[in-house]
Design a protein around this ligand. Structure first.
Ligand SMILES: Nc1ncnc2c1ncn2[C@@H]1O[C@H](COP(=O)(O)OP(=O)(O)OP(=O)(O)O)[C@@H](O)[C@H]1O
Ligand SMILES: [Mg+2]
Length: 227
């Protein structure tokens, strides 16, 4: 099977003035279709940086990122943005919903803007699966944290991305909402075959996935299969 996402000796060096810091120091990993991967490691070890570079939000300094066979590191910003929109769904710790739009419009906005093809059946399926059917006309301020994250999750997967990249998606949630979001991620993975990479600080959360990548000082220190 071909990996859906593959990095080869990936480096990311941040520069501020004359100070350089290598946040990624040669990461080579493969992620296969249908995997649900947790990424763990101490604060500052490069987890978010890896997710951003893998998903085309940030440019690598050297090495390669192959997303569904396309090399993100050799294409221009415009092409990378386009590919990201079609193939990657992001979920963040802080939800990042637009406060003036209700749940329905937060979920569908990008599709309407970019003309990715709105599929009402897909929408209904996702809304039902995430338990949002009777919350669609609420604005973020009228939703609980868990509901807001479920809206963000719906937005991430509505256009059938090849991969979902989630950066501490339960970091701002209480225990009960966290369990609900984690169960939904597992369900999306099992029922829809959605490939997921999730950063987490919580060992309990990591058990929802089927493989854990451990990072330290800008490298992945294991790539072994779990379960
Ligand atoms: N834009 C930036 N400019 C300079 N240095 C940065 C920048 N972004 C991140 N870094 C540094 O790169 C390293 C990795 O950061 P990153 O955010 O990837 O860590 P992380 O593993 O996600 O940490 P956390 O668990 O706290 O979220 C850190 O030392 C951080 O200070
Ligand atoms: Mg981080």
């Amino acid at each position: 099977m071909e990996p859906i996402l593959k990095t080869e000796n990936l480096w990311k060096v941040y520069r501020s003035g004359k100070v350089e810091f290598a946040a990624l120091r040669g990461v080579s990993i493969q992620i296969f279709p249908g995997e649900f991967i947790s990424v763990m490691g101490p604060s500052g070890c490069g987890k978010s940086t890896l997710l951003h570079v893998m998903g085309g939000l940030a440019q690598a300094t050297s090495g390669h990122v192959l997303l569904d066979g396309n090399d993100l590191t050799t294409m221009g910003d415009a092409a990378r943005t386009l590919l990201r929109r079609h193939k990657v769904g992001f979920v963040f710790q802080r939800f990042n919903l637009l406060p003036t739009l209700d749940a329905y419009h937060n979920i569908t906005l990008a599709q309407h803007i970019h003309g990715n093809g709105f599929d009402p059946h897909r929408f209904e399926l996702i809304a039902r699966l995430l338990g949002l059917t009777d919350r669609l006309h609420h604005k973020p301020s009228e939703l609980s944290g868990g509901e807001q994250q479920r809206v963000a999750l719906a937005r991430a997967i509505i256009s059938e991305p090849k991969i979902v990249l989630a950066d501490e998606p339960t970091g701002n949630l209480d225990t009960k909402s966290s369990e609900s979001v984690l169960s939904l991620l597992r369900q999306l993975n099992k029922d829809l075959g959605q490939t997921i990479v999730m950063i987490t600080h919580n060992p309990e959360a990591a058990t929802y996935g089927n493989r854990v990548l451990h990072m330290r000082d800008g490298v992945v220190v294991n790539g072994s299969s779990g379960h």
